[in-house]
Design a protein around this ligand. Structure first.
Ligand SMILES: *Cc1c(COP(=O)(O)O)cnc(C)c1O
Length: 390
């Protein structure tokens, strides 16, 4: 059995609440000040709350340089709710969607289309290979019925960065429309609406923007969103209705996640103080570098080459050493206040460690120290995967 949890004093800037550090794809570690921002109760019609909500929408639109052509529509729920809302609104009953799949989140979009009875085709690459832009180009040439293309910016399944600028160029060249699941990259990797020509992009409060879970948002081209009136098969997920209602009186149609929005407002302040996408992305890239170098020094190997690795979450091959039992490894790290994540791959046996959330170099070094100790306790001597263990 793992030892009693150690106090967090081994970590500089330890969480005052004694919570574990979440090296996961979300929910993530948030700052004490973001948590504190939730210590208020506002009614949905409160003028302060309405102002905070309007400001949040403006700031998110500005983040993609959306100007007056784009609008941000927030929605209650986890990220999947707003992915589903985007597909429900933008892919109409007469449309056909091509989904670029290289992981579980792309596959999930196909499931959503199944539920909604929307026509779609899937173009799939393995989880460790970026989406195939040449095949996309061919598919759009050959099938004039395809109206929309959906792509995941960072496929969190593996941590791979997809070439959405190239995807955007091809989709634009063919005069089709682009939908982006930017969930795990938004705020850390640039997404500029003047460069990536999307009709809609979705993300959530609790990933790189370091808010708490509870809302997603869609940033949409106004004219494209306007054309989705009566398109959604769902009332609660109808982004057009949500947009129109919010423009009308500044309020959410249904109970807003008030505490989550207050926390998100604070998280956006802290994001801006850190230098926006450049600052946030810079810290995550440094976290990722420390993690990958440290794990490599311990003998682990990453699924992805550095060039394909987004600084969001890193997939490591499972060591072949029979003494390495993932559940035991996980439990022992958890007992020392570090939470890692199982793998979700079909191509390889793996686990994942995240680089995002309110974590910096000190926490990454502390995590590596704890991993080293844990491997020692487990008697693991070789962290190489099966393929290269011999
Ligand atoms: C996190 C994530 C989602 C949404 O997942 P939820 O668990 O519903 O919040 C969607 N797409 C990607 C790429 C993600 O990383």
């Amino acid at each position: 059995m793992p030892a009693q949890p150690k106090p967090l004093d081994l970590v500089h800037g330890a969480s005052p609440t004694g919570d574990p550090w979440l090296l996961t794809p979300g929910p993530l570690t948030t700052s004490p000040t973001v948590k504190e921002a939730m210590l208020h109760d506002y009614g949905s019609r409160d003028t302060h709350f309405i102002a905070v909500n309007a400001n949040m929408r403006k700031r998110l639109t500005a983040l993609v340089n959306g100007g007056d052509d784009f609008v941000c529509v927030p929605l209650q729920g986890s990220g999947t709710f707003v992915v589903e809302a985007m597909l429900g609104n933008f892919v109409g009953p007469k449309d056909k969607l091509l989904i670029l799949v290289n992981g579980a989140y792309g596959t999930r979009m196909a499931r959503i289309c199944d539920y909604y009875g929307r026509e779609f085709v899937v173009q799939e690459t393995p989880e460790d290979v970026p989406v195939d832009t040449q095949a996309l180009d061919r598919a759009l040439s050959e099938d004039p019925d395809i109206t929309h293309v959906a792509v995941v910016h960072c496929e969190t399944t593996s941590g791979i960065l997809n070439p959405i600028e190239d995807v955007s160029e091809i989709v634009k060249k063919h005069g089709r429309r682009l939908l982006v699941d930017a969930m795990s990259a938004f705020g850390a990797i640039p997404l500029d609406s003047r460069v990536v020509h999307f009709d809609a992009a979705v993300a959530s409060s609790n990933k790189c923007l370091e808010g708490v879970p509870g809302l997603g948002f869609c940033i949409a081209r106004k004219d494209a969103l306007a054309a989705t009136k009566d398109s959604s098969p769902s009332l609660s997920l109808d982004l057009h209705d949500q947009w129109q209602a919010m423009e009308g009186n500044g309020q959410w149609r249904f109970t807003p996640p008030t505490h989550c929005i207050l926390a998100f407002d604070k998280a956006l302040d802290e994001f801006e103080e850190e230098g926006g996408v450049a600052g946030r992305g810079g810290r995550y890239r440094e976290n990722c570098r420390i993690l990958v170098e440290g794990m490599s020094a311990l003998g682990f190997s990453t699924l992805l080459p550095d060039a394909l690795q987004a600084p969001i979450i890193v997939t490591f091959h499972m060591p072949a050493d029979p003494k390495f039992d993932f559940q035991e490894f996980y439990d022992r790290l958890r007992a020392r206040n570090f939470v890692i994540y199982p793998g979700k791959l079909t191509v390889a046996d793996s686990f994942r460690i995240g680089c995002i959330g309110r974590l910096g170099a000190d926490e990454m070094h502390a995590a590596l120290a704890v991993i080293r100790e844990t491997l020692g306790e487990m008697g693991v001597t070789n962290c190489a995967p099966a393929e290269t263990a011999a």
